[in-house]
Design a protein around this ligand. Sequence first.
Ligand SMILES: *[C@@H]1O[C@H](CO)[C@@H](O)[C@H](O)[C@H]1NC(C)=O
Ligand SMILES: *[C@@H]1O[C@H](CO)[C@@H](O)[C@H](O)[C@H]1NC(C)=O
Ligand SMILES: *[C@@H]1O[C@H](CO)[C@@H](O)[C@H](O)[C@H]1NC(C)=O
Ligand SMILES: *[C@@H]1O[C@H](CO)[C@@H](O)[C@H](O)[C@H]1NC(C)=O
Ligand SMILES: *[C@@H]1O[C@H](CO)[C@@H](O)[C@H](O)[C@H]1NC(C)=O
Ligand SMILES: *[C@@H]1O[C@H](CO)[C@@H](O)[C@H](O)[C@H]1NC(C)=O
Ligand SMILES: *[C@@H]1O[C@H](CO)[C@@H](O)[C@H](O)[C@H]1NC(C)=O
Length: 600
Amino acid sequence: MRYGKLHSWELIFVGSLLLPTQSFVSADGSSGQTVILGDVPFFIPPSPVSQFLFGEDAKSRDLLLSVGGDFTGGLVPISVIATNNSMFDDDALDSILEGYKSKDDVWNVSFLAGMYISYSGGARNPSISLLASPKQWGNQLVLRHVSVYLISCTKIRWRFQAFRLYNDEQQSFLYGTVSDGQGGFQQLSAHVDGAATETIAVPSRLYFSPDVDKPLAGKRLAVKDIYDVKDLRTGCGNRAFYNQYQPKNTTAPAIQRLLDGGMVLVGKTKTSQFANGETATDDWVDLHAPYNPRGDGYQDGSSSSTGSGTALAAYEWLDFAVGSDTGGSMRGPAGANGLFGNRPSHGAVSLDDVMPLSPELDTAGIFSRDAKLWAQAGHWWYQGFKSFSKFPSKILFPIDSFGSSFLANPPPAGTAGAIFNAFIVKLETFLNTTRTEINVAGLWNATKPLGVSAPSLRVLLNTTYADLITLDQIQLVADPFIDDYKASHGGRMPFINPTPLVRWGYGRSLPPTRKDEALTNKTIFLDWFGSEIVKGGNKETCSESIFLYPQSSGGTNYRNRYIGPPSTPLGFSTSRIAVHAETPDMVVPGEGTLLVFLER
Ligand SMILES: *[C@@H]1O[C@H](CO)[C@@H](O)[C@H](O)[C@H]1NC(C)=O
Ligand SMILES: *[C@@H]1O[C@H](CO)[C@@H](O)[C@H](O)[C@H]1NC(C)=O
Ligand SMILES: *[C@@H]1O[C@H](CO)[C@@H](O)[C@H](O)[C@H]1NC(C)=O
Ligand SMILES: *[C@@H]1O[C@H](CO)[C@@H](O)[C@H](O)[C@H]1NC(C)=O
Ligand SMILES: *[C@@H]1O[C@H](CO)[C@@H](O)[C@H](O)[C@H]1NC(C)=O
Ligand SMILES: *[C@@H]1O[C@H](CO)[C@@H](O)[C@H](O)[C@H]1NC(C)=O
Ligand SMILES: *[C@@H]1O[C@H](CO)[C@@H](O)[C@H](O)[C@H]1NC(C)=O
C-alpha cells in the first residue's frame, strides 16, 4: 500500500469508500474507467496513485472545500492546491487557476467540484476567504456558500490521476497505452467515439516538474511500433506478426532511457511494414496509412515512421514521437509533415529489442515541433558524445543536390529554392561565414581513392543499401518469423505486404558474398566522405563543416494516387550520404533543409 505525498499542483479523482476497494489496490482484472465531465472525456486508471488521507496524517491546516461535490458515492474530481498564502482569497485562487488553464490541457473547471487546499506557510491560523459568487468559472462552480471542513481521520479515500482522452483523428496510432505503475504498460481500455480511430490518454501536465534527474518529466511520448515495450505486443506493421508473438517482457533500452528522463508513453504508432518504405495508400495493405495533417489532409505522410511523424505534426497534446531511420524513415516524414526530425550518428543509442532492417545502418530518431525541446531530448537520449565549444565555420552547398549554383543563379522569389536560400543566408550570418559551393559527383571523380574503379558514386553505391537491408532483414526478421508462423499455422505463409515481399525477393536472389562486398563499398564511401567532403576531428568544432541539402521542396504527393508496383531501392542520392557515412542528418522544417555533421 502506498501513501503518496501530495504534490503541489494537481487534479485528482477522489474515490469514496463505497467503491469496491479491491479494484483500487490491484490492477488485476480492472482496466480503469472513462468519465465524461461536461463534454470532455477523461480516463481514470485502474490503480490509484495513493491513499488520500485526512486527519492525523494530513497536516492539520489542510482544508478540503466541498463545493457541491458528492463525497458519498462515486468519484469526485477535485483540484489540489498548495499555497503558503496565509490569506487565501479569490485573487489567490484566480491566479492559480489561470496558471492551470495556460499550462495544462487536462485541467478544466470540472475539477473544481472539490478543492483541497494544502497550506504550507508558517501562520498559525491561515484564513480562507473565497467570495460567494460564481465568477468567471461559469456555472460549473457554484461558490455561493462555501463550506469549509476537515474530514475526520477515519475516512480514507483513494486518489486517482486524471487523464484526458483524445481521438486519434489522423489514424496514426496502433493503440494507446497506460503505465501499470510497475514498469510495464497496458493497452488503453478507453474508447471515445470516432471514425476508425484509436483513443489516447494523456496525464495532466500539472503532475510534473522537471529537474536534473528527470529533465523531460511529463513530456508525452509516442513510439513507433518496432520498439519493444514491456507487456505490450510489437507488430512492426504486420498483423500476423502482431498476433504471432506474446507481449514483450522488456522495454527496449532506447525507450527506457526516455522514460527514465521522465517522459510518459501514451501510445504505439503505426509503421510501414517491417520499416520498409511504403507509399500511401496502395502499398499499405495490412494497416491503413496514417493521415498527414498538412495541406488538404490527403498527402502521403512518407514512411516508414509515418505514425510518429503524422501524430506529432497533428497533435498539440503530444510532445515527442520516436521513429527510426535506416534509409530516410525519419527524414522523409519530417519533411512531409513539417517537423524537426533526425537520423543520429550510427550507434548513438542502443537498438536492442528493436526490430532491425539492417543493424549496420539502423538508427533511432525523434520528432519535435520545437527546436529547443528537440535539442533537450537529443542531449538526454544520445549519451557518450563529447560537447564542443564552437560551431563549424564552413558551410558546404552541393550544387548537384540543389540543381544549380544559388550564387550564380539566385532562385526566383516564391520558389522552394528561395526559401532554402533565405535559410542559408541566415546560417551564414549566424556562423559569420559564406557558403562554399561544391560538386560532390565531380569531387568523387577528382579525389576518389586509388584502386577504386567505380566511375561514379552511383556505381559504387547503386546496390549497397538494398543489399544490406534485404540480406540482414531476411536473416534477422523474415525467415525466423515465417518459420514460426508456418509452425503454428499448418505450414501456411503469413501475409506480407507487397513492398517487403519485393525487397526480400530481391535479397533472396543475391549471392551470399554480396553482404561483404556491400560493406566494403560502404567503408570506401565513409572514409572518402570523411577525408574529402565533411572532415571530422576538429578539436573545437568536431566537424569542419556543415553540409546542407534540400530534403523536401513542398511538392504534393496525394495518397489517392496509384503509383504502380513497389521496387527495390537501388541507386544513390544525397540522402544516402548519412546512411553510409554514419553521420547525423537533421531536417529543419519550413526551410526543408537538411544538415549533416560528422561527429565520429
Ligand atoms: C471544459 O469543460 C467544458 C464543459 O465542462 C467544455 O465545454 C470546455 O471545452 C472544456 N474546456 C477545455 C479547455 O477543455
Ligand atoms: C512559498 O513561498 C515561497 C517564497 O515566497 C515561494 O518560493 C514558494 O513557491 C511558495 N510555495 C507555494 C507552494 O506557494
Ligand atoms: C524474455 O523474452 C525472451 C524472448 O522471448 C526470452 O528469451 C527470455 O527468456 C524472456 N525473459 C524472461 C525473464 O522471461
Ligand atoms: C567574422 O569573420 C571575419 C573574418 O572572416 C572577422 O574579421 C570578423 O571579426 C568576424 N566577426 C565576428 C563577429 O566574429
Ligand atoms: C565523373 O566521371 C564520369 C565518368 O568518367 C563522368 O561520366 C561524369 O560526367 C563525371 N562527373 C563530373 C561531375 O565530372
Ligand atoms: C544498378 O543496379 C541495377 C540492378 O542490379 C542495374 O540494373 C542498374 O543498371 C545499376 N545501375 C548502375 C548505375 O549501376
Ligand atoms: C561495389 O562497388 C563496385 C565498384 O567499385 C561495384 O561494381 C559493385 O557493384 C559494388 N557492389 C556493391 C554490393 O555495392
